[in-house]
Each structure stands twice: as structure tokens, then as C-alpha cells.
Write a protein that binds this ligand. Structure first.
Ligand code: SF4
Ligand code: SF4
Length: 409
């Protein structure tokens, strides 16, 4: 039970530091700091370069409070590291600056460094579900303690991004889109997320529930001021509690099932002890992402076919917002987006539906929030051979009924 203790602490009058200290006291986190001269890695969420008030990245105040808490124990070194969403060298540094994370690290005199700037090591994954090995930073096995610092946001592809999903940021640059392309279905990608989490499983997770995102997250959603800090040792349990907190069905968060299957944590709320605020007191139902994958009791081949043909989301680019910066097409893992051609009337990136694997990388990375996903069910059904078969089947069915009625009467 000790490992399944989750603290929920309210932030009062924007005093994030007190809330972080109280949450860590509630789970007696100081027992992790018994060793002298520890080297500690903090992994925040620095998805892109948006400012803290947009609630895309871990809030700098939360990071600052965690660093201050750690400094009481006089560690040897604190390193803040991340690999942001883009593939280009230099993108993570840009995001560290824009998100306000770099400034805090400078003020607190701790290292702030992209994973891609470190020595890379290829890790073999124990009991892999889909991913056998992962190239990541050597640092994750060299430090004495890994602290995960995720943020609560809804996510267009995975529905929730928080503890497990945040460790996808240990995957370096172009390896991220490669994983998306290798595991194009939501189920496979979520299995890969559980495999990735197992490589760098953090000993402590502190969830930034200060400013969160609902709806069209993880980058272009609406900001929700939740004023909460959550902390615990088990990231799977924390994600499960977050689902309850924001009104999501944890059964829909596929990576949680895979993480539990791999023995990485607990999803059963009855086996999780909540300390501090009660869930009921702080619960707030979030708007769901506009494009949510369906889960149903269908055979795998039907689900795959339906998600490919009927529930296929189209990338919509708002020409009034698009600055043709090129981030989307240079980061698309399967080259489904390209720069506009000379004879294209509307100068927006060109999208090829048949190549797109709906990985949402483009929307996540577009600084100008110019990309949205929309599903046109009718168009999808009518313009696919799957839809054609369905229509023929339906016409045949109606025709059969009419025949039966005319035969009976
Ligand atoms: S859609 Fe966004 S990322 Fe793509 S070119 Fe336009 S502004 Fe840049
Ligand atoms: S177009 Fe966007 S959603 Fe589609 S594969 Fe490329 S990056 Fe992913």
C-alpha cells in the first residue's frame, strides 16, 4: 500500500511551493533522499515552446518548487532534461527557453539539457509488448533518482497525457516519429508507451495540476486552473487517479492497461490510498478531445478497419493562422505533409490522407495552433470501399425487408 499512496494537495493563492512541499510531506518523500551526494534527473513536460500561461508545458513554478525541495537534502547534482517534440537539433533548447524552464534552471543553478545532447545508449526492453529496444540517453541509468514532472492535459490521440505519456520525451528526436510510424494504431502505440516507460520508470512523480488543458489538448486546448499538486511513487496509479479527477474512463486509456500488464503499477483505485484532499472535493470533469478513438467489443480486424476507414481524422489547416514555418512537414514521420506547391491556390501545407497515420505530431508541434483534426464520418464511409460494401449491404437489407413485407401481406 505504501507505494500506492497518492497525495492530492490544493494550491492556495498561487503558492505552488507550499503545495509541492506539503504533497511531498504527505507521501514522506524524504525517505528517497537518504543517500548522500545524489545525482537527480528531473523530466518535465516541455512539448513545445509555448509560454507557461498556455498550460502546454510543466509550469516553471512547479519545477522551481521541486528543485528547492531537493536542495534541502544537498544533492550532488540536479539535471533537468527533455527531448521536445521536434526532430531538429536545437528545437528542445528553443522549447526550454520559451516555456520558462531554462530561466528557472539558471536561477536555481541547475543543469538544463536536451537528452539529444547526451551520450546515447540503446536499451533492451524487458518483457517487451511491442518494442524490443530503445535508444535513449545514457543518463537515465546513471542517476540515483528519476523524478517525473508531468502536466494534466487531454490528448487528441491518447485521450490523457500525464505520467506514462510524459516519459515518451526520453525518446530522442527522430526516434519519436519513427515509433509513431512503426506502431500506427492507437493500441500498438500505447503498448510502445508502456515499453518506453519501463526503461526510465521514475521513482517519484509530481503532477503539475496547477494550470491544465482540456478539450483540444495537448497543445491547443483550453486552460483550466485546477490549482492542484499530486504526488506519488507509482505513475500508473497517479494516472488512474487523474482519470477519476477529470472525468475520464481509465479503461479508455490504453497505455494504462499495458503498463499494468507489464507490472509497472496499479490501476485499481481500491488499492490506491489517497492522502490530503479527497478526490470528490477537487474533481472537475474536463472537456474531452474532439477526436477520441473508440473502444468497443469488436474483433481486432474490424476495429482496425473502422479506425482506418470510418474514424479517420482529416488534418485541417487554418490558413489565417498558418505562418508556413515548416515545423509540421519537417516533423511528419511519414511525409504526409509537404510544403505548398507553386500552383496551390491556398498557401497551406499539403496533406495526403492516405499517408497520414493520425499521430497528431503536427498539431502538437504547431506553435500557431493552426492545425485541427476533424472526422467527416459520412464522407469517410461513402468514399471508401468499406463504405461501399456497407451501403450495398444496407440496400440489400432494406430490399430484403420490403420483399418480406410484400410477401407476408
Ligand atoms: S500549420 Fe503550423 S506548423 Fe505547419 S507550416 Fe503552418 S504554422 Fe507551421
Ligand atoms: S499529417 Fe500530422 S497526424 Fe498525419 S502522420 Fe503527419 S504528423 Fe502525423
Amino acid at each position: 500500500m505504501e507505494n500506492n499512496k497518492i497525495a492530492i494537495q490544493k494550491i492556495i493563492n498561487d503558492d505552488v511551493e507550499s503545495a509541492v512541499f506539503k504533497a511531498l510531506d504527505l507521501i514522506e518523500a524524504k525517505k528517497l533522499m537518504s543517500k548522500k551526494n545524489m545525482n537527480i534527473l528531473i523530466k518535465p513536460n516541455i512539448l513545445n515552446d509555448k509560454p507557461p500561461e498556455r498550460a502546454v508545458t510543466t509550469h516553471p513554478k512547479v519545477l522551481k518548487a521541486v528543485i528547492k525541495w531537493l536542495k534541502q537534502f544537498e544533492p550532488n547534482k540536479i539535471i533537468v532534461a527533455e527531448s521536445s517534440g521536434g526532430q531538429k537539433i536545437g528545437y528542445t533548447e528553443k522549447c526550454m527557453k520559451g516555456s520558462g524552464i531554462l530561466e528557472v534552471c539558471r536561477e536555481e543553478n541547475v543543469e538544463c539539457i536536451p537528452f539529444e545532447k547526451m551520450k546515447i545508449k540503446v536499451y533492451s526492453i524487458e518483457n517487451p509488448i511491442v518494442l524490443n529496444e530503445l535508444p535513449s540517453s545514457e543518463l537515465i541509468k546513471q542517476v540515483d533518482l528519476i523524478i517525473n514532472l508531468p502536466k494534466i492535459k487531454t490528448h487528441g490521440q491518447c485521450i490523457l497525457t500525464c505520467c506514462i505519456k510524459n516519459m515518451f520525451g526520453t525518446v530522442i528526436l527522430a526516434n519519436k516519429p519513427k515509433i509513431h510510424a512503426t506502431f500506427p494504431t492507437l493500441k500498438e502505440f500505447c503498448a510502445a508507451l508502456a515499453d518506453i516507460y519501463s526503461v526510465s520508470k521514475p521513482a517519484l512523480t509530481i503532477v503539475d495540476g496547477y494550470l491544465c488543458q482540456e478539450g483540444n489538448g495537448p497543445s491547443a486546448g483550453d486552460v483550466v486552473k485546477m490549482d492542484l499538486i499530486l504526488a506519488g511513487y507509482d505513475g500508473v496509479a497517479l494516472d488512474s487517479v487523474v482519470c477519476e479527477l477529470i472525468g475520464l474512463n481509465k479503461e479508455d486509456i490504453l497505455y494504462l492497461k499495458f503498463a499494468e500488464q507489464k507490472g509497472l503499477g496499479e490501476t485499481n483505485l481500491k488499492k490506491i490510498e489517497i492522502v490530503g484532499e479527497s478526490l470528490e472535493n477537487v474533481k472537475r470533469v474536463f472537456k474531452k478531445p474532439r477526436v477520441s478513438p473508440i473502444s468497443g467489443p469488436f474483433p481486432r480486424w474490424i476495429s482496425k478497419l473502422m479506425s482506418k476507414k470510418v474514424f479517420k481524422a482529416a488534418v485541417k489547416i487554418d490558413s489565417s493562422k498558418c505562418k508556413l514555418c515548416g515545423t509540421c512537414w519537417s516533423n511528419c514521420p511519414v511525409n504526409a505533409l509537404t510544403s505548398p506547391t507553386n500552383n496551390q491556390k491556398l498557401k497551406i501545407p499539403k496533406w495526403e490522407k492516405n499517408k497520414c497515420i493520425s499521430c497528431y505530431c503536427c498539431a502538437e508541434l504547431c506553435t500557431y495552433e493552426a492545425i485541427e483534426f476533424k472526422i467527416n464520418y459520412i464522407k469517410n464511409v461513402i468514399f471508401s470501399w468499406f463504405g461501399l460494401i456497407m451501403i450495398i449491404f444496407l440496400i440489400g437489407f432494406i430490399f430484403g425487408i420490403i420483399k418480406l413485407i410484400s410477401f407476408l401481406f
